[in-house]
Design a binder for this molecule. Structure first.
Ligand code: AMP
Ligand code: MG
Length: 340
């Protein structure tokens, strides 16, 4: 009698455990994958859906990111940006709707930042050798020769005919300061189409967050200390939205004892400003990406002024001395570790 009772109990426990397992659909709390697009590591994590569903969503996101890279990267031969650059000063080029969208947004931020963000920095970026193995400090003459080609006002977008035209020969569009943000936005859109409830995307410091964390807590995004990769300069508490950081430590090289980074001042043609890093919080990743670059170039005073003037956008800047300046809207949403 006793053995029979035990047998039934064991069987019941087994049935209950299996039911729980299958009811959860073999779900993983977090499903995370990494890939590389636009020369950048992209991490995507989705939460509380079955592994099979998660695999499908993440694959759809990566497929779309690859498609966008093939349109928007100036390093991919035959991309829209590449064809626009090759036809500079000659003919308008027919492009995909996404190229019109991202370039239009880039020109808006250029206008908003009085040209501190300029998507026509291409000739300068190439002169310094960014994106190649041959990084070098150009001479003043070389810089002066390409500066007239950096002029966002000479980008002509014809939305009716879906064309983009660079008015001067030698001009080059470079969407490197905004395109990563756009692929993050697309990642969030795709996750929404698949009814994913929570998503975290990080494309080399351009972060997109959607939905609630499975634990119910707020998302915490750490901002790296510019001079010590092992330390956090600040921690942001985010409900939902996008966070992007531009820093002088992200891409740089040394020559003659000096450090040169990749964010260029479009007026002077040299690495920009008095800041080490800028972090922007916004509802759209394209915005946070482009604005982090723009504020970096504007520097502390003008950059903070711009941030305070924009509704729904906040941020923090870290100057070369390591001092942190926070925009008024961040209030309780930021934690600054004591030892910084
Ligand atoms: P981010 O890391 O988002 O700040 O973007 C830096 C990238 O944007 C560089 O690698 C260049 O491709 C491009 N870039 C550099 N300087 C500027 C600028 N002043 N305005 C717009 N894009 C820029
Ligand atoms: Mg940027």
């Amino acid at each position: 009698m006793k053995t029979r009772f035990y047998k039934i109990a064991v069987l019941l426990i087994l049935i209950i455990s299996l039911s729980i397992y299958f009811l959860k659909g073999c779900s993983a709390e977090e499903y995370k994958q990494t890939a590389f697009f636009m020369d950048t590591r992209v991490d995507v994590a989705v939460y509380n859906i079955s592994k099979k569903q998660a695999e499908t969503v993440v694959q759809a996101i990566f497929d779309e990111m690859l498609r966008l890279e093939n349109i928007l990267s100036k390093h991919v031969s035959g991309s829209d940006v590449n064809r626009i650059n090759e036809a500079a000063g000659r003919v308008p080029v027919t492009v995909e709707p996404e190229t019109i969208l991202v370039t239009s947004r880039a020109l808006e931020i250029a206008e908003l930042s009085s040209g501190a963000f300029d998507p026509t920095v291409g000739p300068l970026v190439d002169l310094w050798g960014w994106g190649t193995e041959k990084l070098k400090v150009p001479s003043a003459e070389e810089i002066n020769a390409v500066l007239p080609l950096v002029n966002y006002k000479a980008v002509k977008i014809d939305k009716d005919n879906s064309t983009i035209f660079l008015a001067e020969p030698g001009m080059k569009l470079d969407l490197g300061g905004i395109a990563k943000g756009f692929i993050v936005d697309r990642g969030r859109e795709i996750a929404q189409q698949f009814s994913v409830k929570a998503l975290f995307v990080n494309a080399g410091g351009d972060i997109g967050i959607m939905g609630k964390k499975p634990s119910g807590e707020k998302w915490r995004v750490a901002v790296q200390s510019p001079r010590d990769p092992q330390k956090w300069a600040a921690i942001l508490e985010i409900e939902e939205g996008c966070v992007a950081t531009s820093g002088d430590y992200e891409r740089f090289f040394e020559e003659g004892g000096e450090i040169y980074h990749h964010i260029l001042d479009p007026e002077k043609g040299i690495p920009a400003g008095d800041l080490s890093s800028v972090t922007i919080v916004a509802s759209e990743s394209m915005l946070s990406d482009a604005l982090s670059t723009a504020v970096f170039v504007l520097g502390k005073d003008k950059g903070m002024q711009l941030l305070e003037s924009l509704k729904g956008i906040d941020g923090l800047v870290i100057d070369k001395q390591g001092e942190i300046h926070v925009s008024s809207g961040l209030g309780d949403h930021i934690e600054i570790p004591q030892d910084e």
